[in-house]
Design a protein around this ligand. Structure first.
Ligand SMILES: Nc1ncnc2c1ncn2[C@@H]1O[C@H](COP(=O)(O)OP(=O)(O)OP(=O)(O)O)[C@@H](O)[C@H]1O
Length: 439
């Protein structure tokens, strides 16, 4: 059975260096498959190596099954670690390599050969058992390495980009084999990768790291649908979410709208609770996030009650084989993910009834002087308007209606229920904000 791994405010600073990890708190349940995801240098390997006992912990506590493990020797932790470049013993056959950890423990030879056989069978390498590593392909060697790690039946598997040196097809196949092998063993697994599609495919939950700070730990579905911030939103999902600078227009006596620069999206009435909250963001710089599935290419007359019209100009056509992506100019300014800020305590929990929120919003609106109120503006320009601004800031999937030429004007419909709104720090304010700003 797998161990529970608990990190409590764990930090790491290498001698003479910047902090590689800052106060990371995380619990991995027994038997869970957790993926650590983040860009190069964000601290993934450091965290894994600290759990394995290969790196000291500067601050904080690591518990394995409830026991403080900061100072335990690696051999006392019952973990097995697999690296990208896992070295096999070159002069030993695949079978001897797999058997090695048990041979060192002087286990009963009958048990050893039974375990080796079962590991080889599970990994589909039974026919390679008499070969030396030099006569195996990269993928076969990695399977032997997996066999060597699983044969001891550890409580915890720590996998550090084990497949990144393999080609895409083999990677996809082997990751399924890894998943099934560790699932069968019941061990707790932490799998490091910078490949978001691998993370989404494998993880029961995915922990996203950036600059040594844990951004979010959630199931792949929640990471995608409710990213905590613009960094997570842009790191997870292919094609990447389009982020555009925007503002909220909230006239007292008119419909609320989100401005994307040259064009606007009016919000459906009655306003949803999420959209009501956006009223208080009026005047603040925001990042508007649109995933391709919130946008369709269709005549404006075909809009449903949740869709709003926009016009885009085709800037670039990207053929991907299984799909074609269009990069469109809509007259907005593309936004970068804001720089990392160390998360502080929430300013105010986003709880409270919708009625309470509405009352506070009404109070705020009543306090505005007339010159602060904006006249209502048209919600979108005529379809013929040519947006200006930087190029190709909105990425959408081309439908089956052929691939439009560069420069062509396309009618778009945006499902405003699929809008993401982030504040200037990059934190999500819609949908379902994790904090609400002071009114
Ligand atoms: N032994 C070391 N001494 C000093 N600094 C180190 C050491 N190992 C890592 N670092 C630094 O700590 C930070 C985190 O490194 P780490 O290897 O954990 O990142 P990573 O997310 O695993 O990166 P990658 O995906 O490129 O392997 C980086 O800034 C790195 O330069």
């Amino acid at each position: 059975m797998g161990s529970t791994i608990t990190l409590h405010n764990v930090a790491k600073t290498y001698p003479g260096g910047q902090p590689a990890l800052r106060r990371v708190s995380l619990t991995v349940a027994a038997g869970e498959f957790l993926v650590l995801l983040g860009p190069s240098g964000c601290g993934k390997s450091t965290l894994l190596r600290m759990i394995a006992g290969l790196e000291t912990i500067t601050e904080g506590e690591l518990h394995l099954d409830g026991t403080l493990a900061n100072d335990l020797d690696p051999s006392e932790r019952d973990t097995a670690m697999i690296f990208q470049s896992f070295a096999l013993y070159p002069n030993m056959t695949a079978a001897a390599n797999i058997a090695f950890p048990l041979a060192v423990q002087k286990q009963d030879p009958a048990l050893v050969s039974q375990r080796v056989e079962s590991a080889a069978h599970a990994l589909g390498i039974g026919h390679l058992m008499n070969r030396l590593p030099g006569r195996l392909s990269g993928g076969e060697r990695q399977r032997v390495a997996m066999g060597r790690a699983t044969v001891r039946r550890p409580s915890v598997f720590l996998l550090d980009e084990p497949l990144s040196s393999l080609d895409a097809r083999l990677r996809t196949r082997l990751r399924l084999e890894i998943l099934s092998t560790v699932r069968k063993s019941g061990a707790t697994t932490i799998y490091v990768t910078h490949d978001q599609s691998e993370a989404m495919a494998l993880g029961d939950r995915v922990a996203v790291l950036r600059d040594g700070i844990l951004q979010q730990v959630d199931t792949p579905r929640i990471l995608y649908t409710l990213p905590a911030n613009a960094f997570v939103a842009s790191f997870v999902g292919t094609p990447r979410i389009s982020l555009i600078h925007g503002t909220v227009h909230a006239p007292i006596d008119g419909a609320m709208a989100i401005s994307l620069g040259a064009q606007q999206l009016s919000l459906p009435m009655p306003l949803s609770r999420d959209h009501q909250m956006l009223r208080v963001m009026q005047g603040s710089p925001l990042l508007i996030g649109l995933r391709p599935e919130a946008v369709r290419i269709a005549e404006h007359t075909r809009a449903t009650s949740f869709e709003r019209p926009l016009t885009g100009i085709v800037e670039h056509v990207e053929f991907q084989g299984h799909e074609t992506l269009l990069h469109l100019t809509v007259g907005g300014r593309p936004a970068d993910v804001p720089d990392q800020t160390v998360p502080g305590p929430p300013s105010r929990p986003a709880r409270g009834s919708a009625a309470d929120l509405a009352r506070r919003l009404a109070q705020r609106a009543a306090g505005l002087s007339p010159w602060q109120r904006r006249p209502s503006e048209p919600h979108h320009p005529p379809a013929t308007a040519v947006p200006t601004g930087p190029r190709g800031e909105l990425v959408v999937r081309a439908g089956n209606g052929g691939f439009p030429q560069r420069g062509r004007h396309l009618p778009l419909l945006i499902d405003v229920r699929g809008l993401f709104v982030f504040d200037a720090r990059g934190e999500r304010v819609s949908p379902d904000p994790t904090r609400i700003p002071d009114l």
